[in-house]
Every structure is written in C-alpha cells, then in structure tokens.
Design a protein around this ligand. Structure first.
Ligand SMILES: NC(=O)c1ccc[n+]([C@@H]2O[C@H](COP(=O)([O-])OP(=O)(O)OC[C@H]3O[C@@H](n4cnc5c(N)ncnc54)[C@H](OP(=O)(O)O)[C@@H]3O)[C@@H](O)[C@H]2O)c1
Length: 348
C-alpha cells in the first residue's frame, strides 16, 4: 500500500532545475527536543566529477530514519554531508565495475549526487515485478529489521501471539505482515492515530490494534490481547515496554528494536515494570542492531520476494516527492506523519 504526499515547493532552491548543481543537506545545529527545519540547510555545489576508479551516482530514492534523529545529537558532524540509505543510478563512470545505468544501493544519502567506489555500493538483485522502492522498505534495512526481530531474536514459533509497538511504521507494518506469513497466532499492534489503527486491522492483517494515545498502554493491551502474548517486538520503549512485560506469558521474549518514544524527549522518566516478572516468567529481553545481521539479507529475499510477487505481501510506504522535501519528510516521520516506510523520491 503506497501513499504519496503532494509536492510542496517550500524548500525548493531556485537552482534545483539546473542539472549542473548538486544539493547536499547539512545539519547546522544540535536540537534540544524535536528538531525543526532550522537545524538543516541545503548546500549547493557543482555536480562532482568521478575520479579514476569511482562513479558518479544520481540519487533516486532516499530513506529517512529514526536513527538519524539519534545521530543529530552528536554523530552527524555539523555543516557536513550526512549519511543515509539511498538508491541511485550510475550516470558517469571511471570504473568498469560500475557501468553507467546500473542502479546501486549506497549510504551517501541526503544529497542529490554521490561519487562512490565499487566497494561502497551494493548492486540490487534483479527480481522482476518488484518495485525499486521495496529495496528501501520491506526488502531493505527496514524489512530486514522486522525479519531478524521475529526469526533470529524472538525465534517465533507457529501459533505464538505477537505484540508490535509502533506497528504502523516501516518496521511495524513489515513485522505484522511477516508475523502473519510466519504462522503467528494473534497479532496485536499499537499506533498513534485511529486511522492507523484501522489501517493495521483492515490492510496489514493485524487481528487487533489500539491507539496508544487514548489511555494507559497496559489497559489497552489487556483489552486487545486478553490472554497475553508470547513475543513483543518493541519499536517504542517507555510505557509500551512496561505494559508488555506484564502481558508476556512464561518464556516470552521482548525484542528491543528501538526506543522512539525517547529520541525527542531525553528526559523521559525511566520505564517502570515489575522486575520480578522477568525472573518468574523466565522472560528473555534482547536487543539487536540490524547492521550486525546483514548476512540475513539473502534469506529475507528468499522469504519475501515470492510473497511480494504473489500479492501475499505488500510494501507499506509513504512516498514524499522531491529531494527538496527530504527534511520535511524526516520531520514528518518523527511526528508520526507516515504510514509504513517513509521514502523520498526524486522528481523526474
Ligand atoms: N535495531 C535496529 O537496527 C533498528 C533498525 C531500524 C529501525 N529501528 C528502530 O525501529 C523503530 C521504528 O523505525 P522505523 O524506521 O520503522 O520508523 P517508523 O516506525 O516508520 O516511524 C516512526 C514512527 O514512530 C512513531 N512515534 C513517534 N513518536 C512516538 C512516541 N513518542 N511513542 C510511540 N510512537 C512514536 C510514529 O508513529 P505513531 O503515529 O504510531 O506514533 C512514527 O510514524 C525506531 O525506534 C527505530 O529507531 C531499529
């Protein structure tokens, strides 16, 4: 299910139409709390020429991600190019390994053009019928995170009941769809609006869902999953984590994927939960980083591509048109404006 947001020219520098100009987004200041457009600027430079052994890539699709918010606190250098997952086309090459016209994945995001070495890029596999955007959403790092969470970390077994927080986002929609395809029992999700809750049950295949903003999460979860859960895929942390620990059955697993409830509120109070539950129910709480599981990428293709082709699996995406809207797209995602994986697409 793909949603496209209408173009807005608010961020469009007047020179964007000139193909000899490259644009690069830079962070200009550290935010306290939610970032704004004032924490970024668009820098112009001539389109770079590839040196021997490199190729020039014109970027086509960009991923903006919650981890970028974490990087804004220190890992992103100020007034310098930012990193991010990106797909682009080789438009000039001085290496036989990257022929012109090839579509590649690389991490020089937040810019219109990148000069890359062959070892810095991943060539995309050819899966006829699979849209390009899927390689940044359900088949990309987002889908891989959901797949690793369920298979390697939770070791989900058929019939087990799953709860996913942040269920209407990129990882959350993929986790719900994968859980269903892997034979999970009852699949419950939480999200931040009534529209998203409906989307989860009507489109994504969740059995039950609730709007976490309407009441304390523990009560909402008890109503939505009245007999408890076996696996919690946690994209959010905070109240969700405390509630899920209470709802888990014996030998339940918490997969700590992310903590988005705290990225913009670092002073949030610590999570409260009954520590004895972890012992008395023999729970396992385990986090992971998808970068340590890149070896599962081919397994994800083997699992998901046939389902994508048959229509049993859909890539949930919110696509924002125009590189000039990349900052807007990032800020929108932090405020919950996306359903599925948020992507930015170059205007042709
Ligand atoms: N471990 C890893 O390697 C790894 C890899 C990828 C992603 N992650 C993590 O996975 C999580 C989801 O990432 P994603 O890329 O799929 O992003 P996403 O879920 O598509 O987008 C972020 C969503 O977070 C929700 N949100 C924002 N503030 C919130 C709050 N205070 N409480 C609850 N929900 C809130 C919003 O939805 P609502 O409208 O529902 O609030 C928003 O749509 C993030 O925590 C991210 O850091 C981890």
């Amino acid at each position: 299910m793909s949603q496209t947001l209408c173009p807005c020219r608010a961020f469009l520098p007047s020179v964007l139409a000139m193909t000899e100009i490259a644009l690069t987004v830079q962070q200009t200041a550290r935010p306290a709390g939610f970032p704004t457009a004032d924490h970024f600027r668009f820098a112009e430079s001539p389109v770079p020429a590839p040196a021997p052994g490199t190729a020039l890539v014109e970027n086509l699709l960009w991923s903006v991600d919650p981890y970028h918010r974490e990087m804004m606190d220190g890992d992103f250098a100020l007034n310098a190019p930012l990193e991010g997952r990106t797909l682009g086309r080789v438009v000039a090459s001085r290496t036989a390994e990257l022929p012109e016209g090839e579509i590649v994945f690389h991490r020089q995001g937040w810019r219109t053009h990148a000069v890359v070495r062959p070892e810095e890029v991943r060539r995309l596999p050819h899966h006829p019928g699979v849209p390009l955007s899927a390689y940044l959403s359900v088949l990309g790092g987002t889908g891989l995170t959901a797949y690793v969470a369920l298979t390697r970390i939770a070791r989900l077994r058929e019939g087990e009941d799953v709860f996913v927080s942040g269920a209407a986002g990129g990882v959350g929609t993929a986790a719900g769809r994968f859980a269903r395809l892997l034979g999970a029992g009852r699949v419950t999700g939480s999200a931040g609006t009534p529209q998203k809750v409906r989307y989860l049950t009507e489109q994504v295949g969740y059995d039950a869902a609730f709007d976490y903003r309407t009441a304390p999460v523990a009560g909402l979860l008890a109503e939505a999953a009245p007999t408890g859960i076996d696996v919690f895929v946690d994209n959010v942390g905070g109240d969700h984590l405390g509630a899920a620990i209470g709802a888990l059955r014996e030998r339940g697993r918490v997969v700590r994927v992310g903590t988005i409830s705290q990225y913009n509120t670092p002073d949030a109070p610590p999570v409260l939960f009954n520590h004895a539950d972890v012992v008395e129910k023999s729970l396992r709480v385990e986090g992971f980083l998808v970068k340590d599981h890149q070896d599962a990428q081919d397994e994800l293709y083997d699992f998901a591509v046939p389902h994508l082709r048959s229509g049993a699996l859909t890539a949930d995406e919110t696509v924002v048109d125009g590189f000039e809207r990349i900052v807007e797209a990032f800020l929108l995602m932090l405020r919950g404006g996306n359903t599925g994986k948020i992507l930015v697409r170059a205007t042709p």
